[in-house]
Design a protein around this ligand. Structure first.
Ligand SMILES: [Zn+2]
Length: 435
């Protein structure tokens, strides 16, 4: 009789028969998400340097925000009083919040994990805090995101079999508790599969969570320092164990090549700080791989950074201008590069989807991977070190030819520490949600 539409639904529109890559439509109270989809990360209720209007314009369908950070500051209760996260940050489209679990175990000074929950010290002011499955759900209900996550224990890498099993079993008990206390019908609670790099634990975890019948599932405990090979082995093993008709989310994974890798293994949703973090370091994503905006070849390039791109940056500015902004350390540089990289990820998601729907995903994947130059870990590390060294060396010359007197040197060192501090906080959280 009633024709009320369900608040959530997931429909598969096409599946690539060869790989199992999926194109779907995920309906939420704040609109539909066409999958595969990349979720930009807005750690502190903001995607760094961008306004919600800019995010909409570049095609962000859903963003991710971090419960851990918002729980500590300004407080999830405060955000609830201010109308919830959508209203607070003026974002009309869907939001996913994580449970805080990953940050508690990676970023905070963890004091104790027991059956009840986790006690930790805030990384902001050192105050003692405690998150339990019940509190993590309450905090996420106060925030009011469309998709919320179970509170889980993510183990470090590498971890022994016993340690991984213990954390996994706790994660399952916590998942059941999260399921029990979750009360808002306008939020979809996803379960998180753990089990580290152990195939039997992963299979056990998938089965335990599927038995709890969540509206969607995430593969957690990846992108925590394991090899790419291990990440894909786990993803390829777990995805087929999850229900076909529900969305699948690979947590903390989302470079361009990883998006292709995850989609190939049947994943629908991705998040990663990488596109925005490397944007602020002057690295631009293109179909040829990563391009450094400060390289001298771009100094006089009138063409945009990526001539095939339709983003605000590429349709309004030359590569030479963006190159100049980065050289001069102007704030607009970070905005323009972030806009481009997020537009690139949105377009790549849409192109993957189109290819799946059109039945030519295999060809698209082969062509993409043949062209895209992947920066290996050693190259990335070397580039990072080189940038830091070059930046430090160039600094005294930027002070209008002054010699580095004591005061200047002090400023320089403190600025450098800040840059390194930011970077090490990022590294601590790997590619997860700390931008
Ligand atoms: Zn662009």
């Amino acid at each position: 009789m009633s024709s009320t539409r369900p608040l959530f639904s997931f429909r598969l529109e096409a599946v690539d028969p060869e790989s199992g890559a999926r194109a779907g439509r995920f309906e939420t109270p704040h609109g539909a998400i066409l999958t595969p989809a990349f979720m930009p990360v807005g750690t502190q209720a903001t995607v760094k340097s961008l306004s919600p209007e800019e995010l909409e314009q570049l095609g962000a369908q859903i963003i991710l925000s971090n419960t851990y950070h918002l729980y500590l500051r300004p407080g999830t209760e405060a955000i609830a009083k201010l109308g919830g996260l959508h209203h607070f940050m003026n974002w009309r489209r869907p939001i996913l919040t994580d449970s805080g679990g990953f940050q508690v175990f990676s970023l905070s000074h963890l004091r104790k994990v027991d059956q009840g929950g986790a006690t930790f010290r805030s990384h902001i002011d050192g105050s003692e805090q405690r998150l339990t499955p019940e509190r993590a759900i309450l905090a996420q209900e106060q925030l009011g995101a469309d998709v919320i996550m179970c509170f889980d224990e993510c183990v470090e890498h590498p971890a022994t079999y016993e340690r991984t099993r213990e954390a996994m079993e706790r994660t399952h008990r916590w998942a059941a508790r999260c399921r029990r206390v979750q009360s808002r019908a306008d939020q979809a609670l996803f379960g998180i599969v753990q089990g580290g790099g152990y195939d039997d634990l992963r299979a056990e975890s998938a089965a335990a969570l599927v038995a709890l019948d969540f509206p969607g599932y995430a593969i957690g405990g990846v992108s925590v320092g394991e090899s790419k090979e291990d990440c894909w082995r786990v993803t390829g093993q777990v995805a087929p164990l999850l229900p076909q008709g529900k969305p699948r989310y690979l947590m903390g994974v989302g470079s361009p090549e990883d998006l292709v890798g995850g989609v190939t293994r049947g994943v629908d949703l991705f998040d990663c700080v990488l596109p925005t973090r490397i944007a602020r370091n002057g690295t631009i994503l293109t179909d040829d791989g990563r391009v450094t905006a400060t390289r001298s070849a771009l100094r006089l390039q009138e063409a945009p950074l990526d001539p095939t791109c339709d983003c605000y940056t590429c349709t309004h500015f030359s590569a030479a201008y963006v190159h100049h902004l980065f050289k001069a350390e102007e704030l607009l540089a970070y905005r323009l590069a972030s806009i481009h990289n997020l537009r690139y990820m949105a377009r790549l998601s849409a192109r993957l989807r189109e290819a799946i729907v059109a039945g030519r995903f295999g060809a698209f994947r082969r062509e993409f991977l043949a062209r895209y130059r992947v920066a290996d870990e050693t190259t990335r590390q070397a580039q990072r070190d080189k940038r830091l060294a070059a930046w430090a060396a160039a600094r005294p010359r930027l002070d209008e030819g002054q010699t580095a007197n004591d005061e200047g040197l002090k400023q320089m060192q403190s600025a450098k520490c800040k840059v390194q501090g930011e970077r090490s906080a990022d590294d601590q959280s790997h590619d997860h949600a700390v931008t």
